[in-house]
Structures are given as C-alpha cells and as structure tokens.
Design a protein around this ligand. Sequence first.
Ligand SMILES: [Zn+2]
Length: 448
Amino acid sequence: MILHQLINSKSIITKHGDFKVDTYYNGKEEAIVLSIGDLREKNDVLCRIQSTCLNHYFFDVECDCLDQMESSLEMITKEGQGLIILLHQEGKGNGFSTQFNNNVKDSRNYKLAAKIINERYRINSINLITLNKHKIDNLQQNGIEINRTIWYMGKYIKFKPALERTISEIIKEEAICPIQYEFEDNNSGSKKRVLICGDLNIDRFLVDPPKDYVGGTGYNAARALHKYGFMPIIFGSVGNDDNGKLIEDEIKNLNLYAIIRENNDLVDEESKTTKKTAVVKIHKTGDPSHPFNHEWDTVNNANDYDNQFFKKTITLSNLNKNDFVFITSYLFLQKKWDIVECKKFFSEIKKRNARIILDFAKSSFRKCEATKRMPFNLDQFLECINGCELFLLVDYFNSMVRLTNNTFDNKIPESDDYELFFNKYGAKYIICRYGARGDTYQDTYCNL
Ligand SMILES: [Zn+2]
C-alpha cells in the first residue's frame, strides 16, 4: 500500500492568509493539508484535524465546524506556522447514513493524519485545536505527541447553540473541559479557579468628569481575585446593544476566561440586558477609612443568575472540589429572596463540592428594602449555604455590621466582627476588600 503519497500541491489564498495545500492518498483514503511554514522537527505546532461534516451546508445551528475552521485558520496565520488536516470521514466515520445522528459511535480514525504529521512533516509535537477525547486518544495511540489542547473559542466563550452539543459531550465524557487550569510561571501548581457569579453591568459614575465603567460586582471581583492568584471564570449575560458590546470589550481586555451569553429580554428594572445603565452617585464622606458613599438608582443590569445557564456553565467549566464560586448577594435579590430558587442555585454548587466566596453587598439589602421585597432573613440565607464550605469576600459596601450588630451604618467592620463571623457562620477566610474596577485593593484580613 502506498503511504500518504503527495498527489497534488497548490496554494490557496484564504480570508485569513495564504496556505500551502497538499493532497495525500494512501491507496484508500485521501487527506487535504493546509499549512504555513516549514514544520520539520518543530515542537508545539498548531494543528487542527477536521473530519468532513456537511451540516453547515444546511445551516445547522448546532454545527460549529465552520467557526472552528475559521478560528483555526486565524490562529495559524497569526502564529505564522501550523497545519490543518481535512479527513474524508462523514457521520463520525460511519458514512452519510449517520450524519444526522448524534448518538452514533465515534468511529473516526486518525491514523492517516498521524502518519502525515509524523512521517511527512516530521513534526515533533503538536498543540491540537480540539476538545474531542476520541481524537486525542486516537492520535496519541498512533504516536503523536500532544503538548496541549486548545479550544477554538479561546478564553472568551460566547454562548451559542453549538455549545449545547459540547456540553452534552462533556457530560458523556466524550469531550474535555474547555477551561484549562493555568499554571504559574514557576509551574508550581495550578491556580485556584473561581467561577464568578456577579453583575457585569455598566455603572455611569457621577463623578467629575462623568465616566462610564464596567463596574459590576462580577467584573470587579474577577479583577481583585485574579490579583490574589485566582483564575477567574466570569459568567453572565450581556444585552445585544452598545452597552453589551462595551461590557464584552472590557471583559475581553481582561484576558480572563469568560462564559457570556447574549440576552435580549428586557423584563423589569432588574433586567438581564444592558438596555438601561445603572447610575451610581458618589458622595465623598471625608472619612479616609470610608471615602465614598454610593447611591444607586433603581436600575441594575447584566445580571445572570439563571439556574439553567448556571448549570451549563458549571458543566462547561467542570467545576470541582478544588474550585471556588464567587457569589454576590445580588443573587438573593434577583431570586426575589425565594428560598426555593436560591437553594436550587446552591445545590448545583454543593453537588460539585466547590467552595463559596460570598460577597454581601450592603446595597443589595438596601435595594431589597426599597423595593419592598422580602426582608433579609439570615436563617433562610444560612439554609441556602448549609453544607457548603464558606469563604468570604468583604467589600466596601458590606453588610457585615448589620449581620453581626444588627445596625446599618457605614462602619467598617472591626476584626472582632470578623471573628464573630468566622465562629458563628463558619467562614474560613476573609480575602480582601476591593473597589471600583478592582483598582483600590485594600487587604484587611487576607488569610490565603
Ligand atoms: Zn459540523
């Protein structure tokens, strides 16, 4: 049998760059290879192996082959070297008859691709663009050294229908988690991952001159926790409007993992969209230990505490007992202080044994009072977090004082209050205080 004979060599100008195109034939199967650069003896070469899939011809919303191809072309062009191997195997290697059957066994074979990588291009190791476990295993069995896997979406994961398929593949253990642990420079170990459940709203700060900030709790907490060695995964929804785009750009600039969905529903003043912008008036207090008071209008936006989406996010991020979940008290507000709804949310975390970092924002309780919702009930709250390992994050607007002394002034809690909280409510650590845009960090009781 002829092994991967080169039968054709051309070049192609794509939207993303010029690629060399080689066609190989082994007497039975054909493969097309798009490549950039001299790849001989190279390490960690970017590689995408794509099997034929016809679903995009029919605009199947769950097919992301074209997105993956586009992203691969883009990444390889940017890197200046890499290859894409197209294999002729429809229906997961079972042929046309199973093309539209999601539950068919994955019979794809990557032997030819492995031979091309090893023998034709003599590549030492690859960085493979995939989440597909079968592909990874099969390539390794055929002698390919995979340095790491990369997902085509990168760190900013925009939620779309095609992700539903990825999620079901993760559940069936056919796909690996797209959010990989990052390692410190010294490779001493993985960072602590923290799923951020907080507002991603834009605050229009009424300072002089007025400024628009993506200033929501989620955004700020992600920045603050990242500073303390955490690897945040920001989660939430943004509106399909200019504010939504501003939020997206700000989050992309952070270069942190994010799972973001677009939400066009404008429900009420606590809408999940960004069609309205929160206005925060800042008053100087003259007290250096607590320089500002913040006054909110009734609008808050870009929150996302939808249980279904949260569940999907947990699956995508493969949340486990080594991970943390940051939760702002706005969750309770959004859930209308409905104990059943709140419990559902926390039960997802409990199933994974993740630890909780809690942000008790005083403003959310104020808002609770202002909107005449059910008043804060500590016993109910404790019922929700019962069984979770609780960490605590305190910010400027915290209601620690209220919790401990049943007062509602702006006093910054004393260390005694912290001790009380540790003892009474089982919090292990207080991490830090943080300010607008995460810039004004102040350690108070950092115990990590
Ligand atoms: Zn497809």
